[in-house]
Ligand binder design. Structure first.
Ligand code: B12
Ligand code: SF4
Length: 492
């Protein structure tokens, strides 16, 4: 049987689209989604190449040349919303150069909008909805055996006879993550990956994913669409094996845990942290967490295991906005705390308490905030900026609301009257708001842009923030890194 030539790729995306205002510190991380697919393919006996056009700094012409030289039979392209046009352009050159290849698109964007993607990207034969590993294998098997692939689960495609978009049975998420091989690290240039300057202390630093899924329902996020609401974790043994693999084979000194909420399963995390403390290697790591899951005991274990930074989505200093975006899963979080002399709500108190706990233990915090959420006024946005300045974490990132397809924020933005029609996918950006998809009707576009600029400017000029960051500089090499990070965040 002829061996089919397979490629999964990350499209060429410009630094402007990728990093926008943060492009001064721009960096690259391995595209884990397609790397998981590639190694799963290898394990099942297929040869599958990975091309990360981002890290290779490929333009569309370079991709065309690469495809002309290699002539693949099966090409998979990963696709997020603000770079959807780049993914569509990649499908177009793939179709030109490999006219007979099976070309498919997968990832968060096609999963959220399968019907629209089928119609907008006519160069793709199929859209993969949800997790891609098993669907990709099933398609490769059909191709290899010369069978019709339109019955494979997890697909959307244009039904020519019916003249409409057709769907196959939805793909159920892989229940046991331990069955997956590690991502195909050996198929990407690992030495070229240096993450954004704000995301590491020690290099090499690589991302890793131990858990998939998120049970929460923050309205601005569409995480659940692809990876599901149910949390699935690697076993602690397998998780340690994956970290060790990165340390021993790629010299990793730092890790970024990409799990949307690293701390979501306390039993798993506590066990993992204890195991990490017992290893014969030491790594520094950063992770994402929700403040409402933190406490001194957990933070203490995180610190002992090597955690240097936690990214926390605070989002707002206004309790009505936190309730609107469903930032806590229990309603008491939004109520006044009877033990607080000013009657401040529980959630705002919890934020402050856990940030102070991190500061006590010497764990840095990168906090993120959204200014101008539906229903907010200029005063509300100013209030969020003041709250951020009060918390004075090492890093704060300010965003304007971006109603991603599949997120409930899209409905909230529509109801609020601020959702713009007929926007380009590249405007769905968290890093470039020159043409925002949502303009809060009570604030207006120019005022929103001004508020964002003011937030960054005032925050990073605040003496306590400057002092907190300078205190962290203990090595000569950190000075350059901190200057670079400062420039990336403030845009100066
Ligand atoms: C790491 C990360 C990044 C990294 C690297 C991205 C990458 N290419 O891997 C960086 C920092 C560069 C990044 C940038 C951005 N990101 Co990001 N990122 C993530 C994060 C935290 C993890 C991604 C990951 O590795 N997931 C794990 C793997 C297993 O899942 P996966 O990538 O979805 O892949 C699976 C399926 O989607 C599918 N699949 C994916 N691609 C393909 C391709 C084929 C052919 C097939 C068959 C299947 C398939 O199969 C995979 C395996 O099951 C996610 C949140 C999350 N936890 O998923 C956000 C997330 C994906 N990012 C998000 C956003 C908003 C962005 C930015 C737009 C921010 C910005 N700059 O404005 C940019 C866009 C970059 C781009 N490529 O266009 C949103 C996506 C929203 C959207 N609809 O686009 C997410 C969901 C965060 C969130 N909760 O809102 N991001
Ligand atoms: S923002 Fe984080 S906690 Fe909220 S739903 Fe998305 S992944 Fe889950």
């Amino acid at each position: 049987m002829k061996e089919i030539k397979i490629l999964v790729l990350q499209p060429p995306i410009s630094d402007e689209v990728m990093w926008g205002r943060f492009k001064k510190g721009s960096g690259y991380v391995p595209p884990l989604g397609i790397m998981y697919i590639a190694n799963y393919m290898e394990e099942k006996g297929f040869h599958c190449d990975v091309l990360d056009c981002l890290v290779e700094k490929y333009k569309i012409a370079d991709l065309k040349e690469h495809l002309s030289k290699n002539k693949y039979d099966f090409i998979g392209i990963t696709c997020m919303t603000n770079s959807a046009l780049d993914a569509f352009a990649s499908a177009k050159v793939a179709r030109e150069v490999c006219p007979d290849a099976l070309i498919v698109l997968g990832g968060v964007h096609p999963t959220a909008l399968p019907e629209q993607t089928v119609k907008e990207c006519l160069d793709a034969d199929l859209i993969i909805v949800g997790e891609g590993e098993q669907t990709f294998i099933d398609l490769a098997n059909c191709l290899q055996e010369g069978k019709d692939y339109h019955g494979v689960d997890g697909l959307a495609y244009w039904g020519k006879e019916e003249n409409k978009v057709k769907y196959t049975t939805p793909r159920t998420p892989i229940p046991d993550l331990d069955v997956l091989p590690f991502p195909a690290y050996h198929k990407v240039p690992m030495d070229k990956y240096v993450p954004h300057v704000t995301q590491y202390v020690d290099l090499p630093n690589y991302p890793i994913l131990l858990q998939r899924g998120c049970p929460y329902q923050c309205t601005y996020c569409d995480h659940g669409a692809v990876l599901g609401r149910k949390i699935r974790s690697l076993s602690v043994e397998r998780a340690i094996e994956n970290i060790r693999h990165l340390v021993e084979n790629y010299g990793a000194k730092g890790i970024y845990f990409l799990d949307s909420v690293f701390t979501v399963r306390r039993d798993f995390i506590m066990k993992l942290l204890k195991e990490l403390q017992n290893q014969d290697f030491k790594i520094s790591f950063a992770c994402n967490a929700r403040a409402d899951q933190l406490d001194l005991e957990l933070l203490g274990e995180l610190k002992k295991a090597g955690c240097w930074m936690i990214q926390i989505g605070i989002e707002s200093g206004n309790i009505k906005s936190l309730e609107l975006i469903k930032k806590a899963s229990y309603s008491s979080a939004f109520k006044a705390d009877p033990n607080d002399p000013k009657g401040r709500p529980y959630l705002l108190n919890k934020y402050e308490q856990e940030i102070r706990n991190c500061q006590k233990l010497g764990i840095q915090v990168m906090a993120s905030y959204i200014l101008g959420l539906p229903g907010e006024t200029v005063e509300d946005a100013e209030n969020t900026i003041s709250f951020a300045k009060k918390l004075a974490t090492e890093t704060a990132l300010f965003f304007l609301p971006v109603p991603y397809p599949g997120s409930y924020l899209l409905t909230q933005a529509k109801e609020d009257g601020g959702l713009k029609e007929n926007m380009s996918w590249k405007d769905y950006s968290c890093v470039d708001y020159s043409n925002p998809v949502y303009v809060n009707p009570q604030i207006g576009k120019e005022r929103m842009q001004e508020l964002l600029a003011k937030a960054f400017r005032e925050y990073y000029r605040k003496p306590s923030v400057i002092y907190r960051n300078i205190k962290k500089i203990t090595r000569m090499k950190d000075i350059t890194k901190y200057v670079k990070a400062f420039r990336a965040l403030t845009g100066v």
